[in-house]
Ligand binder design. Structure first.
Ligand SMILES: [Zn+2]
Ligand SMILES: [Zn+2]
Length: 279
């Protein structure tokens, strides 16, 4: 029991330590870039009102996602392939399996990015529906939107929106080694699309999600809030009629309508269940 506890502490420490230099790098880069190319005037990210809350999300959400991902990978291998025990699991997940794992690693990484982006596009639209909104409202609650807000997700949102899709693709045979490329790529792009930058990517705006593209998604539902659901590739929004990037206009007001939305981390964790407590 003690050794299991110690390994949980060790894995947690490793995850957080790996994030520290990346976070410092992103913080400096977006601080400098925003100085030149801000989308909206205002305070720099390090003087945001809800900075402490965002920092908690920034470190805790990847940690929670990692443990849930490992748990689901173990469960999935046991239930679908009858694989049990740590050695058999390590061998099973070592380098993928089946037809997908035959492709070169870069092609597997690209497949992973495109398929997971397509699936999360539809899951994201589901989270904007009446039943699921209370979980996703946490992500939309940032009024001073900046790169550090990128990890502000309720665990239910992360679990159903990202982790489940990741595990499904690994169980389809894609090599877990793609994560060496995909992980840093998604961390950087998700921080970038939330950053306070006026970048539209010009003619490439249909190819890759830009800060202006995603910041529109964080505006009110009658502006851009019911558009731009894609995480990485705006092609899904173009195909399914939800693309919104008006010419010569920048998004400028973010957040949600609920004035009673809590500011702290704990209150936000309980927010989707609040009606259960209050009734
Ligand atoms: Zn959304
Ligand atoms: Zn967002």
């Amino acid at each position: 029991m003690l050794s299991e506890l110690l390994s949980v502490v060790q894995v947690s420490g490793q995850t957080v330590l790996k994030l520290v230099p990346i976070s410092i790098g992103l913080g400096i880069a977006f601080g400098v870039l925003t100085h030149w190319s801000a989308c909206n005037p205002g305070r720099p990210w390090w003087r945001k009102r809800e900075l402490a809350t965002d920092i908690l999300y920034w470190f805790l959400i990847p940690l929670a996602a990692r443990f849930v991902r490992i748990g689901l990978m173990v469960m999935g291998a046991a239930m679908l392939f009858n694989i049990h025990g740590s050695e058999a699991l390590i061998a099973f997940y070592d380098d993928g399996f089946g037809p997908l794992a035959v492709m070169p690693l870069w092609a597997q990484a690209l497949t992973f990015l495109v398929v997971s982006d397509f699936l999360t596009y539809w899951i994201h639209r589901g989270f904007h529906g009446a039943k699921m909104w209370k979980y996703h409202a946490v992500h939309h609650s940032s009024e001073e939107l900046d790169w550090i807000s990128a990890a502000r997700f309720h665990p239910v949102n992360i679990f159903l929106g990202t982790v489940l899709v990741d595990v499904a693709l690994l169980l389809a045979g894609i090599s877990p080694n793609v994560m060496l490329w995909v992980g840093p790529f998604t961390t950087t792009t998700s921080a970038m699309v939330h950053a306070n930058l006026n970048w539209t990517f010009g003619p490439f705006k249909y190819v890759l999600a830009s800060p202006v593209f995603h910041r529109w998604h964080h505006t009110a539902a009658d502006r851009g809030g019911s558009s731009n659901f894609a995480g990485t590739f705006p092609i899904w929004d173009l195909l399914f009629g939800t693309f919104y990037m008006p010419e010569k206009e920048l998004p400028d007001a973010y957040g949600i309508a609920d004035q009673s939305f809590p500011e702290g981390f704990g209150g936000q964790m309980l927010y989707p269940f609040r009606h259960l407590i209050e009734e």
